[in-house]
Design a protein around this ligand. Sequence first.
Ligand code: SF4
Length: 212
Amino acid sequence: MTANEVIDVVEAISKHHPNPQIALNFSTPLELLIATILAAQCTDERVNVVTQSLFKKYRSAEDYANANIDEFEQDIRSTTFYKNKAKMIVGCTKKLLSDFSGNVPSTLQELTTLPGVGRKTASVVMVAAFGVPAIAVDTHVLRVSNRIGLVNAPKDADKVETALRELLPQEMWVSFTLSAVLFGRHVCKAKKPMCGTCLVYEMCKWPDKLKT
Ligand code: SF4
């Protein structure tokens, strides 16, 4: 794909979602970090239900770090893998206290030193909490980028992230990350993508688009 075609693809995706917002509810970088860890293998809707009361009970990194683990597990019990997530969040917030004075850092290098925080979670926090250019490759961005033909690495999120960083102008990273997630959820869905009404149709290289 040429540079101009790439820009056309990104603009077409943006037209489907002109004001993209992250689906997780949060009001501080710490809340987004906690919500993003809880959202692994879980729906955003479920996480938003859990965090509604969680964020009232735990307000600082110290509150999470000093939590009684049994009680905290019960507080997040309705999310998937809640025992692991409880350990991760307590470990992560302890590290926030020891290394970052309880504040969430805004760089990929610093964020990925936190237990339970990989490149995807770090990138989500950078993009949505700080507006720092990053590309978060979740299952939707992975599928959409490969189907359209922007990249060719259907099973490797890290490779896709690297390729997209090289392909897209940095000023498009934030809007692409936010709109591509929504595009994957609502248009280029895993099952039954809506190719007939898709604004990327002409540029999309996915051979199966003709069958939908
Ligand atoms: S044409 Fe179909 S497969 Fe291609 S991007 Fe649009 S919805 Fe996805």
